[in-house]
Design a protein around this ligand. Structure first.
Ligand SMILES: [Zn+2]
Length: 379
């Protein structure tokens, strides 16, 4: 995917930013807190222990009292709001290393590593490929990250919002059906394999104690708009659409997980960037959409020997109208010989189904405040 590098990029400070010198001032380097100082060995005096506890609590409280990305100093690049990556990284507790020759920035904390590349929308979060809406840019020697990507991608994936709500019902949406065959490769129809996969996922989710509903459980034609509607009427907490891909070039293969494009942005396959798109109903769940897509892609790529084509954004009809967090999985290319062999294989399909369930359970753990507590449904 080629980014529109010819796009005119310029830097203007927003009205709430009074001076360039403000950059970096509000977020002292972690070194200044002594967190990266040399370790000492041997007996630690009491007052030092107290200081260590105090520093630890300060760090914990600082982590709790994060500055919302919207409240970091902002700049405009080609009409899009950006924040300085170093400000965000400091606030989020990441160490940042920028290898200028390669244009790569690595952000690390004890639990995850992020890799961003200047002038691209490619991001790697914990080894999983994620497409940003806007490229990371270098302006006047500072790496800038778009506010929309901080808000709708990095923050929700790295710092999931927990709630007391329990995730109980999953709506599985096997793509196509009936007169709509989906992709056709030889005598193989996408609609058939999507349904077979949905049935495997259904079995495993039920085994985990979750309720499952399918938008179709036979070879029926189901209108696109009625699928998310069905999920809403039947009280689903998540919507997972299952599809397979095809491309004219047989070499193209791999997995993609899609969630709804943020309002005002172009979709991944259109190159991202600003677009004239008003918010859709599904944008109410931008953060959870991204987290669900990420956890699914992470679980599937961990368990399957398939290329990771990344978490992407698209305005698919089933995602636009979803009243709950929603994603669409493209589980490989039927036109790619290696993928096709897997897609048509029953044992492989069972493994794929297990990986999808693992991703859903990872999402559930990330968003539920008491993951191991008693389910309200049990009362
Ligand atoms: Zn499809």
């Amino acid at each position: 995917m080629r980014i529109a590098n010819s796009q005119r990029l310029y830097l203007l400070f927003s009205t709430n930013t009074t001076c360039c010198a403000i950059w970096g001032v509000i977020n002292p380097d972690s070194d200044s807190l002594g967190l990266n100082g040399p370790r000492t060995s041997g007996k630690v005096p009491g007052h030092m222990k107290a200081l260590a506890v105090s520093l630890f609590l300060t760090a914990v409280l600082a982590a709790e009292a994060r500055v919302s990305p919207q409240n970091l100093n902002r700049a405009f690049v080609a009409d899009n709001e950006y924040i300085r990556l170093k400000d965000w990284a400091n606030d989020a507790g990441f160490n940042m290393k920028w290898v200028k020759a390669a244009g790569t920035i690595t952000l690390t904390n004890p639990s995850v590593k992020l890799v961003l590349t200047v002038d691209t929308r490619r991001a790697e979060i914990g080894g999983v490929n994620v497409w940003l809406s806007l490229p990371v840019v270098n302006r006047n020697g500072a790496v800038l990250l778009s506010l929309v990507d901080a808000r709708t991608t990095l923050e929700p994936i790295l710092f999931p919002q927990k709630s007391d709500a329990r995730l109980k019902t999953i709506c599985l949406d096997p793509g196509h059906g009936g007169k709509d065959k989906g992709e056709v490769v030889g005598r193989n129809y996408e609609k058939d394999y999507a349904l077979l996969l949905a049935r495997e996922v259904e079995k495993l989710l039920k085994h985990e104690g979750l309720q499952v509903l399918l938008t179709r459980d036979s070879d029926d034609f189901v209108d696109l708009s009625s699928r998310p509607l069905m999920a809403r009427r039947r009280g689903a907490d998540l919507f997972v659409s299952l599809h397979y891909n095809a491309a004219p070039e047989h070499a193209v293969g791999g997995l993609e997980v899609y969630c709804l494009t943020p309002a005002g942005m172009n979709s991944s396959d259109k190159g991202g960037g600003k677009g004239l798109h008003p918010p859709e109903a599904g944008n109410a769940h931008d953060g959870q959409n991204a987290l669900l897509a990420y956890e699914l892609l992470k679980a599937i790529t961990a368990g399957m020997p398939m290329e990771d084509r990344g978490m992407k954004r698209e305005r698919f009809e089933v995602l636009r109208e979803a009243a709950m967090p929603a994603v669409l999985i493209e589980g490989g290319f039927m036109s790619n010989p290696a993928d096709a062999k897997n897609i048509y294989d029953t044992a492989f399909r069972k493994r794929m189904a297990q990986a999808i369930v693992d991703g859903i359970l990872a999402y559930k753990r990330a968003v539920e405040r008491i993951p191991n507590g008693p389910s309200p449904a049990a009362h």
